[in-house]
Design a protein around this ligand. Structure first.
Ligand SMILES: [Mn+2]
Length: 331
């Protein structure tokens, strides 16, 4: 067992009450990890409160125990420890440690960008999902795993690997997923909730967005546009566009995908997703945003047509330059 994991176990054993939280806009790994932790710590007599800044997304409400999550942005009662999983503490958006002093901040995360500033931290960038770390922790603490805990943990790996498709799908991720099935996890129930429970309006919205799919940059750049009027036509909202950019990236030959989304009369939110060979973080920071090499974003002020006229040529230049350099190295 590594020292950081042992430090987390010691900190859990030394404290009685915990606020558990995760990042804003939580997804499967965030919710599954925090709920599995809450269920496990409750089994060994700890007092646990789950507080998230944002509510549990509709498609994850099937997760057993997810109804324990309270939506708030402050800690409203005294607790011994603040336990943050799948992000650094700042990304929880939770305040209130001042009004109710917390003895210890404990952090379990798999993001390489974690600043490691919590009182006690365990950061493992090799883990495919934070839930993989939670699984190891529960085993190391000898807490019995049941079907509810296993369902949450399986969902963390299933979703953070893009259903075992992304490059983080490695042997530990698959071995642990396999072992979790022995507790009675219903894989189809999870797949159905995660992938086949979209609203009719969302699918109609996807149709409008894909009708506007465009390709440029010698076929290496694709982009889609979401206008506010589309929501009115389909009875949807911005959160229904989640994942749409992956359809643009899925075009054969496309290396970089962009999604432009109107977010008010003069505001445009953009997401950039690379297949892995183009680094988009530089383009995002140049435009005033930020992110990772494969996934970045930026918010800009102005009319959507004007912003597209600025961003698309820059993105086309980036993909073309990246591949010219690749070919130069090969030659
Ligand atoms: Mn994660």
């Amino acid at each position: 067992m590594n020292e950081q994991m042992q430090a987390v176990i010691d900190a859990i054993n030394a404290n009685g009450s915990f606020v558990i939280s995760t990042h804003v806009n939580p997804e499967g790994d965030a919710i599954g990890s925090e709920v599995a932790l809450a269920l496990a710590l409750t089994k060994i007599g700890k007092k646990v409160t789950l507080i998230n800044k944002d509510s549990v997304p509709e498609f994850l409400k099937f997760l057993p125990g997810s109804d324990m999550v309270r939506v708030a942005d402050t800690i409203v009662e005294p607790h011994d420890a603040f336990l943050v999983v799948d992000c650094e503490p700042a990304r929880t958006g939770i305040k209130g440690q001042d009004s109710f002093p917390i003895k210890t901040v404990i952090n379990i995360d798999h993001h390489i960008t974690n600043p490691k500033t919590a009182d006690v931290y365990w950061v493992d960038a090799e883990a495919a999902a934070a839930g993989e770390m939670v699984y190891d922790l529960i085993l190391a603490m000898d807490i019995p795993i049941d079907k509810d805990i296993a369902t949450n943990l399986y969902t963390t790996i299933f979703t953070d690997t893009g259903s075992f498709r992304y490059s983080n799908t490695d042997e530990p991720a698959l071995v642990k997923s396999g072992k979790l099935l022995s507790y009675g996890v219903n894989t189809w129930e999870i797949s159905e909730n995660v992938y086949e429970s979209k609203s009719y309006g969302r699918m109609k919205l996807l149709g409008l967005v894909l009708a506007g799919l465009e390709v440029g940059g010698d076929g290496m750049l694709a982009w889609v546009t979401v206008l506010e009027d589309f929501y009115r036509q389909t009875g949807t909202s911005a959160e229904d566009t989640d994942g749409f950019i992956n359809y643009a990236r899925a075009v054969k030959g496309v290396e970089l995908a962009l999604l432009f989304r109107e977010a008010g009369p003069d505001k445009v939110k953009m997401s950039f997703r690379s297949k892995g060979r183009v680094d988009v973080s530089g383009l995002a920071s140049e435009l005033g945003g930020g992110g990772h090499p494969n996934a970045a974003g930026v918010v800009m002020t102005g009319a959507i047509a004007e912003i597209k006229a600025i961003v698309i040529p820059k993105a086309e230049a980036l993909v073309i330059k990246t591949f010219r350099e690749t070919f130069a190295v090969k030659a």
